[in-house]
Design a protein around this ligand. Structure first.
Ligand code: URA
Length: 425
């Protein structure tokens, strides 16, 4: 006979009664063990969606998710560790240059990452565009690579917050993803369990982000920073623009190519600026005063990248997959580009084959969108503005539909600053 009944927990939350830590630990544990069925957990999630969580409930919920698996201990590495998590955006490839850059500065980066779903890309999908590169690593290989190379980006194993895997899949099909306490506990349970000393959160805001407005992005950032600090992880969040996409490309191989430009000392200004801003936060959090701009200019970050890719079976010198079809969209007018809608471009890249609609779908390495100008820049009517890339010409029409209204010249839109806010404890 169990200590609690799921129905009592659901009724309490539904009626706005604060759940006890004991109730929360029980329900997360029992659901993960298959003793509470999906229909009861769905009802509880929907009650949380409408009622929210008190700080005490959120702390207990997050801890229960961490305790459903292991919390890794990286102290044997003998050097500081730091990680970054982005809430997901379009063209957001910062992890690719950032992880080797921070490693080249002497701070180890243990990044357990995910795949893309919907219009936002996934880091593992991008890296898999590199011939030979593998996302799965055994625990021993993971630790050895962290020690030898200083940076690992790989798939999370089943021992990392398994409750979140189950809950996230359930939220995805029950309309309960867009809840600040559920997003915060989902992200932070995994990141705390990962074991890094310091964590930097890149909370995206705007049409291409989970949180479309700045105030809810700030609230998500504050909630996550509070959870990280309470768990002993030095945590800072940057709230950053996702009203337009980041850099000049969205897709898989195209984003790897753009990241290589950054590592070689070039690349789009916004991507370089955000990569350096996040690197500085990670280094400061880990107690290092290295200057990432100097290290980037020295070429040492590129050396770390090559070592990181080779350690996971990839060939950093192999040509990246190229699309068989390209379709150019021209600028509609002459003037300042004031709108390049992140969500629309993300959906276009997804429809061209870069993303997946269901977890088990494959992605195309060569599909994506490249844009030749970004907001604030001058364009001339008729100049090539967007290039749609795919392996399947029949996808172009649907991608073009998603771009209706996505581009604006001299409109009233006011683009967000790249870094909108910095949130600390
Ligand atoms: N990413 C996660 O890992 N969890 C969420 O709930 C949302 C985004």
């Amino acid at each position: 006979m169990s200590a609690h009944d799921a129905i009592d927990v659901i009724r309490a939350k539904r009626d706005g009664v604060e759940l006890t830590g004991d109730q929360i630990r029980w329900v997360i544990g029992a659901y993960t063990a298959g003793q509470v069925p999906d229909e009861q957990m769905s009802a509880l999630l929907m009650s949380v969606f409408f009622r929210g969580m008190t700080p005490a409930e959120l702390a207990a919920w997050t801890q229960a998710m961490i305790d459903s698996g292991v919390r890794k201990d990286l102290s044997s590495l003998g050097r500081p560790t730091a990680d970054k998590h982005s809430t997901g955006g379009v063209g957001d490839k910062t992890t690719l240059p950032l992880a080797p850059l921070v490693a080249a500065c002497g701070v180890a980066v243990p990044q357990l990452s995910g795949r893309g779903l919907g219009h936002t890309g996934g880091t593992l999908d991008k890296l898999e565009a590199i011939p030979g590169w593998r996302a799965a690593l055994t625990e021993d290989k993971y630790l050895a690579q962290l020690r030898d190379v200083g940076a690992v980006v790989c798939a999370a194993g089943n021992d990392l917050a398994p409750a979140d895997k189950l809950l996230y899949a359930l939220r995805d099909v029950t309309g309960t993803v867009e809840s600040i306490p559920l997003i915060a506990s989902s992200i932070m349970s995994k990141k705390i369990a990962e074991g890094a000393d310091a964590l930097v959160l890149d909370v995206k805001t705007g049409s291409g982000a989970f949180m479309k407005d700045v105030e809810s992005s700030r609230e998500l950032a504050r909630t996550m920073v509070g959870l990280g600090e309470a768990a002993g992880v030095r945590t800072v969040a940057l709230v950053t623009a996702m009203d337009r996409p980041l850099g000049r490309s969205a897709g898989n191989a195209v984003e790897v190519a753009e990241s290589l430009e950054v590592l070689a000392g070039g690349g789009p200004a916004d991507l370089v600026e955000l990569t350096l801003a996040l690197a500085r936060e990670m280094l400061t959090g880990a107690g290092s005063d290295a200057d990432p701009a100097d290290v980037l200019a020295s070429g040492r970050a590129m050396d770390s990248w090559e070592a990181m890719i080779r350690a996971q079976g990839g060939d950093p010198d192999a040509p990246l997959p190229q699309p068989t079809e390209r379709h150019v969209v021209t600028a509609p007018a002459t003037g300042t580009l004031t709108r390049l809608d992140a969500f629309s471009l993300g959906v276009a890249a997804w429809r061209l084959g870069a993303g997946r609609a269901r977890k088990e779908d494959p992605v195309s390495a060569a599909a994506g969108v490249v844009w030749h100008a970004t907001v604030g820049e001058q364009v001339t009517a008729g100049q090539p503005l967007l290039e749609l890339q795919t392996d399947d010409a029949s996808r172009i029409e649907r991608a073009l539909q998603s771009l209706e209204g996505a581009v604006g010249v001299d409109t009233d839109d006011v683009p967000l600053p790249l870094v909108v806010d910095r949130i600390t404890a």
